[in-house]
Design a protein around this ligand. Structure first.
Ligand SMILES: Cc1cc2nc3c(=O)[nH]c(=O)nc-3n(C[C@H](O)[C@H](O)[C@H](O)COP(=O)(O)OP(=O)(O)OC[C@H]3O[C@@H](n4cnc5c(N)ncnc54)[C@H](O)[C@@H]3O)c2cc1C
Ligand code: FES
Ligand code: FES
Length: 483
């Protein structure tokens, strides 16, 4: 079958077909510069401020689902087969304000207005999913939207009141749903897309096997999943990414299987997609999960990307290593499995050869005898990178510790297990004294660095105290805030 050479998607009410899309073109530049849709703003160009928030709808297992995303770090080429909705699409044909916009006006939710379109789009996504949100739900939806002058109180009041001005049943996107679903279905032709100039080329594989073949043939290519890391390589560092292989559209990489023993997920599963399963099967991770980035980034960013980027401060590796997760790597048709901790060899070095990719991740579910926790220490509560992240899984039988897995991020050049602290727990009684000994032993496991996020001393102290906190919390004892 011949390749297609244009990217096709729906933009608001129109079909768009773009030949020669450069791989590094962002959706924000396309909207503002090429389409003059200037309601979508550029604040930071790095996924932090939310001024560029738009909705992207994609078919998943036949159902159309819209999510708020950051247009500044989303590449135009990745939108093949999607419906992009900008703030211009909100008001009715008669120019009437949308219920979310009316609520923002009536509750004085805007001052300078620069952040406002992005806030409106995040609240629009929330209103469609949860028309009558709690304040906490509003705060979670707005984690990725910064407003520096109004203050959030009127915005939250507007969000809570939005359904008084109209309900999602009468909204454009609800009324158009069948038509948009049919149009997006018609766009799927099962072909690989190759487009863009030779020095800025995009490849969208037809399916997973085609991805494996394309990457094996172009091992120098940049694989792009959610683009929440790669987007910044382009907007902040002007790095070339060609040829780029986009994989966010591949349904095989979005699959999730749950068995009594484990959750197995494709590497392209996003944080938001996994969130309900985390709440159901790994509830100790729920709060931690909501502290990864902001809502827009969680809608785009993938677990596979968080592993493959090899960062020592990624939030998922420590908690997944503590649970005993394994990754499946694939090169062409060949696959191999390895424990996640073995994937990280050294700073910037992973056990992954050219043309090999992360295909899936298997997370064993803890037994009832295993006590688990996850901790994130960062300067800001929301939308911040960890100074230290920790995952702990400790199995206790008859009052004795029979197994202990403790993994930390931010303490070494890679996410790493605390082998000496684990050994100090193994075979010992579950007691405060055992955990105090293990906390002291941890100083042999790590020699952390000082940087602008935290000093080496702080990192070590906090890691040791997290071990003590784990013991106290598990026993329902008060957690002392001073050591
Ligand atoms: C504002 C903001 C806040 C953030 N906050 C956090 C945070 O709190 N915690 C945190 O851990 N991270 C955070 N991040 C970083 C980022 O969101 C995560 O690392 C995310 O999981 C990356 O996934 P992605 O799909 O977007 O990766 P991409 O940007 O698409 O790719 C990242 C890297 O992985 C490679 N890659 C992706 N998928 C595969 C695959 N299947 N096989 C092989 N290689 C692959 C890419 O080639 C690239 O090298 C934040 C980012 C932003 C912009
Ligand atoms: S411009 Fe700030 S998040 Fe996109
Ligand atoms: S209204 Fe948001 S920064 Fe001013």
């Amino acid at each position: 079958m011949t390749h297609r050479s244009e990217i096709r998607f729906l933009l608001n009410g129109r079909a768009v077909s773009l030949p020669q899309v450069p791989a590094s073109q962002t959706l924000l530049d396309f909207l503002r510069i090429e389409r003059r849709l200037t309601g979508t703003k550029e604040g930071c160009a790095e996924g932090d401020c939310g001024a560029c928030t738009v909705l992207v709808g994609r078919l998943h297992e036949g159902a159309l689902r819209y999510e708020a995303v950051n247009a500044c770090i989303r590449f135009t080429a990745s939108l093949d087969g999607c419906h992009v909705v900008t703030v211009e699409h909100l008001s009715g044909r008669d120019g009437a304000l949308h219920p979310v916009q009316r609520a923002m006006v009536e509750h004085h939710g805007a001052q300078c207005g620069f952040c406002t379109p992005g806030i409106i789009m995040s609240l629009y996504a929330l209103w469609m999913q949860t028309p009558q949100p709690t304040e906490t739900q509003v705060e979670t939806a707005l984690q990725g939207n910064l407003c520096r002058c109004t203050g959030y109180a009127p915005i939250i009041r507007a969000a809570v009141a939005a359904s008084q001005y109209g309900t999602p049943e009468a909204d454009h996107l609800t009324l158009e749903r069948d038509r948009v679903t049919a149009e997006l279905t018609a766009l799927k032709d099962g072909r690989r897309v190759e487009t863009g100039p030779d020095d800025n080329r995009s490849i969208l594989p037809a399916d997973l096997d085609d991805f494996a073949a394309a990457y094996a043939a172009h091992p120098q290519a940049t694989v792009i999943a959610g683009s929440t890391d790669v987007g910044l390589w382009v907007t902040k560092f002007l790095r070339p990414i060609s040829p780029a292989i986009f994989i966010a559209h591949l349904p095989e990489l979005k699959s999730v299987e749950v068995s009594p023993e484990a959750i197995t997920l494709g590497s392209g599963v996003s944080y938001s997609q996994l969130q309900p399963l985390i709440a159901e099967h790994l509830p100790h991770l729920s709060e931690y999960w909501d502290r990864i980035a902001g809502w827009q980034v969680r809608n785009m960013g993938t677990i596979g990307g968080n592993i493959a980027n090899g960062s020592p401060i990624g939030d998922t590796p420590p908690v997944l290593i503590a649970l005993g997760a394994e990754v499946t790597l694939r090169h062409g048709a060949a696959r191999r499995n390895l424990p996640l901790e073995a994937f990280f060899i050294d700073y910037g070095k992973q056990d992954r050869r050219p043309g090999e990719f992360v295909e899936s991740i298997r997370i064993p579910l803890p037994s009832p005898a295993t006590r688990c926790a996850a901790y994130k220490i960062s300067k800001r509560r929301d939308e911040d990178i960890s100074a230290v992240a920790a995952g702990l899984s400790v199995t206790v039988k008859g009052g004795m510790i029979t197994d202990a897995r403790i993994a930390l991020g931010g303490m070494a050049a890679t996410p790493k297990r605390a082998a000496t602290a684990e050994a100090a727990l193994q075979g010992q009684p579950w007691s405060e004294a055992t955990f105090a000994t293990a906390a002291r032993a941890m100083s042999e496991d790590f020699a952390p660095l000082s940087d602008w996020r935290a000093s080496a001393d702080y990192r070590m102290r906090v890691a040791q105290n997290l071990l003590r906190r784990f013991f106290l919390e598990q026993d329902g004892l008060p957690v002392r805030l001073s050591a």
